[in-house]
Design a protein around this ligand. Structure first.
Ligand SMILES: Nc1nc2c(ncn2[C@@H]2O[C@H](COP(=O)(O)OP(=O)(O)OP(=O)(O)O)[C@@H](O)[C@H]2O)c(=O)[nH]1
Ligand SMILES: [K+]
Ligand SMILES: [Mg+2]
Length: 421
């Protein structure tokens, strides 16, 4: 018999209310012990909750859901209590003293939902992204996966693969009867399916949305990189001085601009000579960031503009900047709104679209494997081989939504969740 688990599923107390969830075979018994009986299924009831000694702990809304049609697929109880620290602590202590109950591990409720087939892996991954979403775009992108849109699309592809496989198998099974042949639409349907899978795989991976677009500020010493970094963040995160070589390390800060998740990256000023050993190491790191940045803002001379970087003419208030590039001043704020508009526009170009489904890297690999198997389906040669390739495509799509996922993979995914989720 599975353990019965419980945890505070709402945020850290003190809070207005606290939500405690209990899932597993003894959930009903536990709620009944504390509330003096079970409420009718799926109907909230106000009850006095007591511990084993009969002390009243809180008056709370309690709910009871009998498995398997519940969020976790198991018997599930919820207590909506007052969110004070002592209230929550007393209720959790009372639960811990009930036989067969233990505190849930991070993500364990969701993991049970997955094991019991209530959600698939793509939905669980979407849920992890949704819980960590800090910006509007992240929320919208994650919701498509968490809400099952992605899974339904994969399920649709899988059905189409099965349909194609059935056509081939019919021809194989009735090989001696002349009039059985593949439907005329077979290759068109196959091509359409490959086209859809390829098109979705070509969209940027959802990790980009989750991790943010890296915007690297680079240029020679004293160009005003750290000042611009601070101005974009509206925070004095980086040290600014008039001394060349102030910034040595890479400094990064996430920021949401226009709902778009960006990671601003300040770097050491690049110069060819005169830098000490520490600054040299900083310059080396700066070069790496320039190479890896999704967007690079170059505050140096146009002649040195790194490939793909955007020319910025900093310190525009001094009037001495180069004439080329977007003029900005960290001191007066001139040009900053143009700069942020441009960053949002460029970032959206390299982010996955949030109104269409997109894959994370793991999902994309399986989708590409499926597409590759479909691309070698050749109905003009051995049909047994064609059938095997369709089976391989179906298996890859199964992997994509987490049929036969490994324990390590599940540990890694559900470890991203917090306790109570
Ligand atoms: N007038 C004016 N001064 C600025 C502006 N931005 C930066 N400065 C000044 O320029 C000097 C260097 O600024 P930083 O932001 O430290 O430049 P940096 O590129 O980060 O320098 P390093 O980290 O040493 O490479 C400081 O004295 C700043 O106050 C600006 O927009 N206008
Ligand atoms: K400086
Ligand atoms: Mg600096």
């Amino acid at each position: 018999m599975a353990d019965t688990i419980y945890a505070l599923s709402s945020g850290a107390p003190p809070a207005g209310i606290g939500v405690i969830r209990i899932s597993g075979p003894r959930a009903g018994e536990a709620l009944s012990l504390m509330a003096g009986g079970l409420p009718p299924p799926r109907s909230p009831r106000l009850r006095i909750l007591r511990n084993g000694e009969g002390d009243a702990l809180d008056q709370a809304l309690v709910m009871w859901f009998a498995g398997p049609n519940t969020a976790t697929g198991e018997d599930l109880a919820e207590i909506h209590c007052h969110g004070g620290r002592a209230v929550v602590a007393a209720l959790l202590a009372a639960l811990s003293s009930i036989d067969g109950l233990r505190e849930a591990e991070p993500g364990e409720f969701t993991r049970r939902a997955f094991s019991n087939g209530r959600i698939d892996l793509a939905e669980a991954e979407g849920l992890a992204d949704l819980l960590s979403a800090e910006t509007e775009l992240q929320r919208r992108g994650a919701l498509l996966a968490a809400g099952g849109d992605l899974s339904r699309r994969i399920e649709g592809w899988r059905d189409r693969v099965l349909g194609l496989a059935a056509s081939i198998e019919a021809v194989i099974d009735f090989a001696d009867e002349d009039d059985v042949s593949l439907p005329a639409s077979f290759s068109r349907e196959l091509d359409e399916l490959i086209g859809e899978i390829r098109a979705t795989s070509q969209r940027p991976a959802t990790e980009r949305l989750r991790d943010g677009i890296r915007v690297v500020l680079a240029g020679p010493p004293n160009a005003g990189k750290s000042s611009l970094f601070n101005a974009l963040l509206s925070d004095d995160a980086a040290i600014v001085t008039s001394e060349a070589g102030t910034t040595r390390d890479v400094l990064e800060r996430p920021v949401s601009i226009g709902g778009v998740p960006l990671v601003l990256v300040d770097t050491a000023g690049m110069r060819d000579s005169g830098a000490g050993a520490i600054e040299e190491m900083g310059i080396e790191r700066a070069r790496k960031e320039v190479a890896n940045g999704h967007i690079v803002l170059w505050l140096g001379a146009p002649d040195d503009l790194p490939a793909g970087a955007i020319q910025i003419s900093a310190k525009s208030d001094l009037g001495a900047g180069q004439s080329e590039g977007l003029e900005v001043s960290a001191v007066t704020g001139f040009g900053l709104s143009e700069l942020t508009d441009m960053l949002v526009e460029k970032a959206r170009e390299v982010l996955p679209p949030v109104d269409q489904i997109a894959f994370n890297r793991r999902q994309r690999e399986w989708a590409q494997t499926a597409a590759q198997s479909l691309e070698v389906v050749d109905t003009h040669s051995d049909l047994l081989i064609a059938a095997e390739n369709l089976r391989a495509a179906r298996r890859a799509l199964d992997r994509l939504v987490g049929r036969d996922s490994t324990e390590e993979m599940l540990d890694a995914l559900f470890g991203r969740f917090c306790i109570g989720k």
